[in-house]
Design a protein around this ligand. Structure first.
Ligand code: AMP
Length: 178
C-alpha cells in the first residue's frame, strides 16, 4: 500500500483557547499511530505550530507546504518542505495525493481551504474524505449556512454530506478506520 497522507487545515492565530491546540495534537498522534503522513501549511504559527511540534515529537512524517512570500514562518523540523509561489498553488500542493482532508477549527484561511476542497469534492476533483472537526460546536454556524443553501436548492443534499462533522478527534478517527 502506498503512503497514506492526510492534510490538516488549521489556524495561524495565537492566543486561542488551548483546547484547539490540544485537539490538533490529539489528531496528529492518532494519525501517526495509524502511520499516516501529515501535510500542513508548514508554519510554526498558531495551531499549525501545535501540529508541527506534535508531529516532530512523535517522529512522524510531516510535509509542510508554504508560499515563498511567507519565508521565515516555516517550522524548522519538517521532514519535507515544499515551496509554492501563490496561496492557490499551496492549497493544491497541500491536497495533492491525500486521502483525507481535515479542517480543525480555524479562521478564514482554514475556511477557504475547507470550502475549496468541498467544491473540488463536489466536482469529483478530490476523492479523499473531508472532515471539519466540530469541536464544541465550532462549525455549527457553517453547518447552518450549508443547510440554508440546501433549503434554497443552491446545494444538493448529497454534496452537503461530503463534509463530515465529527464532534471529537476520536469520532473522526473511528470514521477514518471505517
Ligand atoms: P487562518 O485559518 O485564517 O488562521 O489561516 C490559516 C490557514 O491559512 C492555514 O492552514 C494556512 O495554510 C493559511 N495561512 C493563513 N495565514 C497564514 C500565516 N500567517 N502563516 C501561515 N499560514 C497561513
Amino acid at each position: 500500500m502506498g503512503e497514506r497522507k492526510a492534510v490538516i487545515f488549521c489556524s495561524a492565530s495565537y492566543g486561542l483557547d488551548p483546547k484547539y491546540g490540544m485537539a490538533a495534537r490529539e489528531a496528529v498522534r492518532a494519525l501517526h499511530a495509524l502511520n499516516w503522513t501529515i501535510v500542513s501549511g508548514g508554519s510554526f504559527r498558531g495551531t499549525m505550530g501545535d501540529v508541527a511540534e506534535e508531529a516532530y515529537r512523535c517522529g512522524g512524517r510531516h510535509i509542510g507546504v508554504i508560499p515563498r512570500f511567507m519565508k521565515g514562518l516555516e517550522y524548522p523540523h519538517l521532514t519535507e518542505l515544499v515551496w509554492t509561489d501563490t496561496m492557490s498553488q499551496r492549497k493544491e500542493a497541500m491536497r495533492a495525493g491525500t486521502r483525507a482532508a481535515i479542517a480543525l477549527p480555524g479562521g478564514i484561511g482554514t475556511l477557504d481551504e475547507l470550502i475549496e476542497t468541498h467544491v473540488l469534492a463536489k466536482l469529483g476533483r478530490y476523492d479523499g474524505r473531508l472532515y471539519a472537526l466540530n469541536l464544541d460546536g465550532f462549525y455549527e454556524p457553517f453547518k447552518r449556512l450549508l443547510d440554508h443553501y440546501v433549503a434554497a436548492d443552491m446545494l444538493d443534499a448529497d454534496s452537503r454530506r461530503l463534509i463530515r462533522f465529527p464532534e471529537t478527534v476520536e469520532e473522526m478517527m473511528t470514521d477514518f478506520c471505517g
